[in-house]
Design a protein around this ligand. Structure first.
Ligand code: AMP
Length: 170
C-alpha cells in the first residue's frame, strides 16, 4: 500500500492569498496511486446498488469515471452554469462573497436512482450540500458521498446528512 498523502502537493496562496490548494495531479499521474485512491474511494459503496456516480466539475469527473467503472454504475455530471447542452435543473448556493450555481441534466438518471456523489476535496461543504440538493431535485436518492480529501477544520461534513467517506483527512 502506498502512502497517498505523499502524492498530494500543497500549494500556498492559490488561487488566492490564504488558501492552501490541495493539488491532486501528482496522484493522478501515478498509476498505482491513482488505482489505490479509486479502490479506497469506492470500497464502502461496492454493495449499495449504486446506479449513477455523479462527479462534480471538474476534478470530480476524473475520479467519478473510474469509481463508476469499479462499482459497475453509470456516470453523471454536475457542472457550472451554461455548460450542459440540454434541459437542466439548477441550484444556487451562497459563497463567502456572493453566490454560485450548479446544474445537472434533468434526465441525468432515472427517478429513484441510487446516486453516489464524488469530488476531489471537501472544504466548506457548500458544493456538496448544493449537489445533494440538486440530485434530490432531479429525483435521485443520494446513497452517500466519497471524497479523496477532507479538510476537516472547515467542518464541511456537518452540511451533509448522508454517509460521507474521505480517503485522506487533513
Ligand atoms: P467547498 O464547497 O468549500 O467544500 O469546496 C469544494 C470544492 O472546491 C471542490 O470542488 C474542490 O475541488 C474545491 N476546493 C475547495 N478548497 C480546495 C482546496 N483547498 N484545494 C483544492 N480544491 C479545493
Amino acid at each position: 500500500m502506498l502512502d497517498l498523502y505523499s502524492f498530494i502537493a500543497d500549494v500556498a496562496d492559490f488561487p488566492e492569498p490564504g488558501i492552501v490548494f490541495k493539488d491532486i495531479t501528482p496522484l493522478l499521474a501515478n498509476s498505482e496511486a491513482f488505482l489505490q485512491a479509486i479502490e479506497e474511494m469506492a470500497a464502502p459503496f461496492l454493495k449499495n446498488d449504486i446506479d449513477i456516480v455523479v462527479g462534480i466539475e471538474s476534478r470530480g469527473f476524473l475520479l467519478a469515471g473510474s469509481i463508476a467503472e469499479r462499482i459497475g454504475a453509470g456516470v453523471g455530471l454536475v457542472r457550472k452554469p451554461g455548460k450542459l447542452p440540454r434541459k437542466t435543473i439548477s441550484v444556487t448556493y451562497d459563497l463567502e462573497y456572493g453566490t454560485d450555481s450548479l446544474e445537472i441534466h434533468e434526465d441525468a438518471f432515472a427517478s429513484g436512482a441510487n446516486v453516489l456523489i464524488v469530488d476531489d476535496v471537501l472544504a466548506t461543504g457548500g458544493t456538496l450540500a448544493a449537489s445533494n440538493e440538486l440530485i434530490a431535485k432531479a429525483g435521485g436518492r443520494v446513497v452517500g458521498a466519497t471524497m479523496l480529501i477532507e479538510l476537516s477544520a472547515l467542518e464541511g461534513r456537518a452540511r451533509f446528512d448522508g454517509r460521507l467517506h474521505a480517503v485522506l483527512t487533513y
